[in-house]
Design a protein around this ligand. Structure first.
Ligand code: KIV
Ligand code: ZN
Length: 511
């Protein structure tokens, strides 16, 4: 068994991407979750970039008790000094040096010859090595570099004291076979002095959508460390997504049987992805593997039928294992009678006969036709068009107005309209997220506890900005209810989606 070291660079390469930069406190919060997730090394930032980045790195270095901390520095004295300052308090300090090596970057960015590059690499490795436990050296743009020069570069930095050599596909141009071949040659041909331990790291970008494939190819070819980010965020089209690489290794143990990555707590994957979305205000694309909203939702009639018979029919991953809710049959105009019957039963307790479901299917498809998705509230609306179905709103919570204050905690005030004849009610709640503050407020008038199983929210940190959408799954009295809202401004979508799910739960309670 060989141990695969997982270096997470969400807080460095990931936060370099437009829209993903985080404050010091947010970075610390995320670093603690990465430690919970079990990553071996957290690349905490590039301290030379700004005083705020240095402070964030310092806070992370001091707070972590298990994961090692790495920081990026270019092969420059000032960068290395900032990096050393940033990680002073880390349990184990790693500096990740990077120097361009490809012909195009040597000529146009660095303006240096091959021999000058080698001299710089050697000099700054020795310089950094004097301050830290380990030096990682990345040959920037390795995938576009002459092989003989690349091999020489790695030999030089190892000789000067580097114990991790990084092979980055900086521009995301590599093909998996080609990238694997580079890793194999580095592994075979770079001379390592006897008694010295050196590991190969791979760092792949996703410009052609191949970052995960290239990373896995690197692992197959003997890489001992991978550099990944949660959600695959990073420069341009991002880096290899941690969750995708880990799940590929896990699902295809038949191929990767010799790779050990048991330090990763897979149950924390969803929490890490959700925290990143909450901090950045950017949710993954719905079809993104593992963490996208639709990754475990089955919509077409053919697939729903298969899933009802056996969950393995169309799902290769148990979502519960990664901290998500179970597989779901999502109602839509593409659903079949089995999916419709199951949803009607789940939410109303009514058992539709096979003939009943078949007869009502075309009406349902007509109803669902214009909708992006059919939520629980929609289903109840459709059912209420049947004469013998009595919709019995209990609270019929409707959001009249809401106010948010965001200091340390999220604070929320919601004015809710209740069913006719009952007074409106003003509720206040606090929580460490908008969702939990709203639930806290609602809990005051609900007889049973609500638990958030999943939530996804695309919003802007600026409350007034339009364009929010929110999706939530709640547990209430042992049953699951989902709510969705695509209602514009600020936090409204989240409030509406929660109310939709809660109304659904209350409807079920009186049946
Ligand atoms: O992609 C890259 O080459 C990098 C280096 C700085 C490691 O991010
Ligand atoms: Zn990168």
């Amino acid at each position: 068994m060989r141990n695969l070291i997982i270096l997470d660079t969400t807080l460095r390469d990931g936060c370099q991407a437009p829209g993903f930069s985080l404050s010091e406190k947010e970075k610390l919060m995320f670093a603690l979750q990465l430690e919970n997730l079990g990553v071996d090394i957290i690349e905490a930032g590039f301290p030379y970039a700004s005083p705020e980045e240095t402070r964030a790195v310092e806070m992370i270095a001091e707070a972590l008790s298990k994961s090692f901390v790495s920081v990026l520095a270019r092969a420059r004295k000032e960068d290395i000094i900032s990096a050393v300052r940033g990680i002073q308090k880390a349990r184990k300090k790693i500096i990740h040096l990077s120097l361009p090596v490809s012909p195009i970057l040597r000529e146009y960015k660095l303006h240096k010859s091959k021999s000058e590059v080698l001299k710089m690499a050697s000099h700054f490795t020795e310089f950094a090595r004097g301050y830290v436990d380990e030096v990682e050296f990345g040959a920037e743009d390795a995938a576009r570099t002459e092989m003989d020069f690349l091999l020489e570069f790695y030999s030089v930095v190892i000789h000067a004291g580097a114990s991790i050599i990084n092979i980055p596909d900086t521009v995301g141009c590599a093909d998996p076979d080609e990238f694997g071949a580079i890793v194999s040659r580095v592994k075979k041909e770079v001379v390592i002095p006897s008694g010295k331990k050196v590991r190969i790291s791979v760092h792949c970008h996703n410009d052609l959508g191949l970052a995960v494939a290239n990373t896995l190819s690197g692992v197959k070819s003997g890489a001992e460390q991978i550099e990944v980010t949660v959600g695959g965020i990073g420069e341009r089209s991002g880096n290899a997504a941690l969750e995708e690489v880990v799940l590929a290794l896990n699902c295809r143990r038949d191929i990767y049987s010799d790779v050990f990555f048991g330090q990763i707590r897979m149950g924390e994957i969803t929490r890490a992805a959700n925290l990143l979305s909450a901090l950045t205000g950017i949710a993954p694309a719905p079809n993104k593997p593992i963490t996208g909203w639709n990754a475990f939702r089955h919509s077409s009639g053919m697939h729903q039928y298969g899933m009802i018979q056996n969950a393995m029919s169309y799902s290769i991953i148990d979502p519960v294992k990664i901290g998500r809710d179970d597989n779901q049959l999502a109602l839509s105009q593409h659903s079949g009678k089995e999916g419709l019957s199951k949803a009607v039963f789940d939410f109303t307790g009514i058992v539709l006969s096979d003939e009943g479901a078949a007869a009502s299917l075309s009406g349902f498809k007509e109803f669902a036709g214009g909708k992006k998705a059919v939520s629980g509230t929609d289903l109840l609306e459709w059912l209420s068009s049947f004469k013998n179905f009595q919709l019995k709103p209990y609270y019929a919570l409707r959001n009249c107005s809401y106010k948010f204050k965001m200091k340390n905690d999220h604070e929320v005030e919601i004015l809710l309209a209740r069913k006719p004849g009952k007074k409106n009610v003003l509720l206040k709640g606090k929580g460490n997220s908008v969702e939990s503050a709203v639930i806290f407020a609602l809990q005051k008038i609900l007889p049973y506890k609500i638990r958030i199983l999943e939530s996804q929210w695309t919003h802007s940190a600026v409350e007034s900005k339009a364009g929010s959408s929110a999706k939530i799954i709640l547990e209430y009295k042992g049953a699951r209810f989902s709510g969705e809202s695509y209602l514009g401004a600020g936090f409204q979508a989240m409030v509406e989606s929660i109310l939709s799910a809660v109304n659904w739960a209350l409807q079920k309670e009186v049946i």
